[in-house]
Design a protein around this ligand. Structure first.
Ligand code: NAI
Length: 721
């Protein structure tokens, strides 16, 4: 499908000529309403004329497009955005493109040369973007482009002022990308090369003529489209080529020993190692960067030998097993799209054993049913296709034998009920790679979107037999851990038989592995006959929980996690045992005929932190006045899940005899703490000290930070689970 900008309002600054003009024409040709801004200055920023912008507006209108001109300088950021609002009522996309040059060798650069360049490029981009920000935030959509330059990235003789401003814009974009993410405002930076009046003084005429601006515009359009999830990226673009840039950091060297001074001589002597880019890492966040410093502190503190760098050791052993975690972790698989209709939903429901025998099942089997729905566990299907389509084999650092890959665990979380038809886009990232000795575990995080909306999140845990021994990391804070069921009789048990053809039916939903149908393949894998798909048993268990505890209402289904313990043969009966604990359901699945446990540590339900808060609520009821005396403060909590706000709580240990309530804070919290559901659980279990969590960026605090000292009183002493 072609990319349309119908209904979108775009501001392109400096669009009276060169690259900006090309963007304006391209956006308009695809349906956008365009504000063509240009001051009409000369290349050094002198003079002013409305002719440049008017001409481009005329060109657009002559082709039937929608455009208005604006002649303000980008230094009047608000006025540019106001033009968009006046003419078209909104602003969706800002391309910061206006620019001038005042090239001088460094010592000859005057104050004016410096200031003008910073004002137009850096300050202008700041002012225009800031003016657009709240409009984008309120409509939960925005795309911002910053125009940097190779001169900034690499330096260029005679362009000290310009290169400083251009790389300043990259710094600005890096932070806007972070602050905008949760509002669906994405900010990316391009370093273009194109023939224009800015480059005609430095490039030969035939190069100016052949490096056409139309070879740059397609990247800008893609980055500004609602389908594009890229955020915080930096791209070089020109001549019909596009490449992405990122930071690389050498493994580096620890030069300090406990209770000995660190010396410049040690730096000199280890210089080659410090600068050696073998097995370099690619940090992408400030938390990753900070975490390595915290690591060094604890290594030095624990008396680790000089230079004994566990990351480096891991990487050098990696070449033997084909797995290189430093290369693989963080890699994205190619984006995959999955189109389906009600047919696939019904086929899946039949695949996981639904039947018209049960009148309740009709809403999943008949597209004419008034409540026709897609089973929540269908959420694994589109994301699985992103991995199966060969995506995993394209990841650098994962050179593995795919016949040795077993599906170990599965986690699925839904943010809204799955549509019964449409196109879903999945983006998979290697979240972590663990060494379990006998094998490697690859954790794959897959986000699946419908349009721009996140529909579900899957974590696949894949076990690669025999690929261990490459490193030191056995566990990951990114893993969704399975939980054992409570030590009591189950609250509900459902027994359901699979048919002889269950695997033959289930595979039509997209898992074509011959292991599940072809006897000779099954024999090669060491099985007597073809086995049922683990995800098919998972589907059985999921729908048992849905029926037993959620009245078959998919909107009440939040998450499910299972560990695959043993295979099931088609034709055997599955016995699902369920325990309700708070709003979570623990699940264990057995083969009835043999008693073998096939799914363990499973659960379905909401946030783990909900249970802790429920417990804290009970404690406050019992011991409230005592706690108020000890703590005397109001704590606001924001629990996040996959980077999104998932729940809010207020623990009031200041007023009356204390209280807990869920939802936004209606009294002023003395301190507000933001932490992910998983990290919260680590803090509660005492595995993660609050101070360390704060330092590593896992726990964020605003307000009276000193109150963090009282956190342990609340969480450790009173939330014993
Ligand atoms: P251009 O000179 O054709 O376009 C820049 C436009 O910005 C001009 O029409 C100018 O009137 C306008 N402008 C200048 N000051 C302004 C202000 N204060 N307010 C509003 N408009 C103003 O140059 P070109 O090559 O199209 O450059 C576009 C952007 O790309 C610039 O930011 C430039 O620094 C950047 N760039 C271009 C490269 C190239 O190879 N052409 C290389 C690297 C970066």
């Amino acid at each position: 499908m072609s990319l349309s900008f119908d209904g979108r309002v775009v501001l392109v600054t400096g669009a009276g000529g060169g690259l900006g003009r090309e963007y304006a024409l391209a956006f308009a040709a695809r349906g956008a309403s365009v504000v063509v801004n240009d001051l009409g200055a000369d290349t050094k920023g002198g003079g002013k004329s409305s002719a440049a912008a008017d001409k481009v507006v005329e060109e657009i209108r002559a082709k039937g497009g929608k455009a208005v001109a604006n002649y303000d300088s980008v230094e009047d950021g608000e006025k540019l955005i106001q033009s968009a609002l006046d003419a078209f009522g909104r602003i969706d996309i800002v391309v910061n493109n206006a620019g001038i040059l005042r090239d001088r060798s460094f010592v000859r650069t005057s104050d004016l040369d410096w200031d003008l360049i910073q004002r137009v490029h850096l300050r202008g981009s700041f002012l225009v973007s800031r003016a657009a920000w709240n409009h984008m935030k309120n409509q939960n959509f925005g795309r911002i482009i910053m125009t940097a330059s190779a001169a900034g990235i690499y330096g260029n003789f005679g362009q000290a002022n310009y290169s400083a401003a251009k790389l300043g814009m990259l710094g600005l974009a890096n932070t806007l990308a972070i602050e905008g993410r949760k509002y669906n405002i994405h900010c990316n930076t391009i370093a273009p090369i194109a023939g224009s009046r800015l480059t005609e003084t430095v490039m030969p005429p035939d190069l100016v003529a052949s490096l056409k601006p139309e070879y740059v515009a397609p990247l800008v359009l893609w980055l500004c489209h609602e389908q594009c999830q890229e955020n915080g990226g930096l791209f070089e673009v020109g001549a019909g080529w596009i490449g992405k840039l990122r930071w690389e950091r050498s493994q580096g060297q620890i030069l300090r020993q406990k209770s000995k001074p660190m010396t410049p001589e040690a730096v000199r002597d280890q210089w080659d190692e410090i600068c050696d880019f073998t097995n370099a890492t690619k940090p992408t966040t400030i938390q990753e960067s900070l975490a390595s410093f915290v690591n060094v502190l604890s290594q030095v503190e624990s008396g680790g030998e000089v230079g004994a760098n566990p990351v480096a050791a891991a990487a050098s052993a990696a070449s033997d097993t084909g797995i290189n975690p430093t290369m693989a972790v963080g890699q994205k698989l190619p984006t995959s799209s999955f189109s389906y209709t009600h047919t696939q939903c019904i086929l899946y429901a039949l695949g996981v054993g639904m039947s018209t025998k049960d009148p309740d099942h009709l809403r999943f089997l008949y597209e004419g049913h008034p409540d026709f729905s897609c089973l929540p566990t269908f959420g694994v299907i589109p994301s699985q296709s992103s991995i199966m389509d060969g995506g995993l084999s394209s990841v650098p650092g994962l050179d593995i034998d795919f016949t040795r890959v077993l599906h170990g665990e599965q986690y699925l979380e839904l943010y809204k009920p799955l549509p019964t038809s449409g196109e879903l886009i999945s983006e998979a990232t290697v979240a972590d790679v663990l060494d379990k000795g006998s094998g490697a575990v690859i954790l794959l995080d897959v986000n699946t979107y419908s349009g721009k909306e996140l529909v579900c999140y899957n974590q696949f845990s894949l076990f690669v037999v025999g690929a261990g021994g490459f490193g030191v990391k056995r566990n990951s804070d990114k893993a969704k851990p399975p939980l054992p069921p409570p030590n009591r009789a189950p609250d509900a048990v459902v027994i359901d038989s699979t048919t002889r053809d269950q695997a033959a039916l289930y595979r039509l939903s997209g898992d074509w592995n011959p292991l599940h149908i072809d006897p000779s393949f099954a024999a090669m894998g060491g099985f007597k006959k073809p086995i049922l798909h683990g995800l098919c048993s998972f589907g059985f268990a999921g729908r048992h929980v849905l029926k037993q505890f959620a009245d078959n209402d998919p909107s009440r289904f939040k998450a499910i996690k299972v560990r695959f313990a043993k295979p099931v043969s088609p034709g055997q009966s599955l016995q699902t045992e369920m325990w309700k604990e708070g709003n979570r359901i623990h699940i264990q699945c057995k083969v009835k005929e043999t008693g073998d446990v096939v799914l363990t540590g499973a659960y379905g339900g909401g946030l783990q932190s909900e249970l802790v808060f429920a417990e804290i609520g009970r404690r406050i009821k019992d011991l409230g006045s005592e706690l108020v005396k000890k703590v005397n403060a109001v704590f606001g909590w924001e629990i996040t899940k996959d980077g999104k706000k998932a729940a809010q709580w207020t623990i009031d240990l200041k007023n009356g005899s204390g209280s807990l309530h869920k939802g936004p804070h209606n009294e002023k919290a003395d301190v507000t703490i933001t932490i992910s559901d998983e990290d919260f659980m680590e803090v509660v279990k005492g595995n993660l000290m609050p101070q360390k969590a704060f330092f590593s960026g896992k726990l964020k605090m605003s307000g009276n930070i000193m109150l963090s000292q009282k956190l342990e009183v609340i969480l450790k002493d009173y939330a014993k689970l």
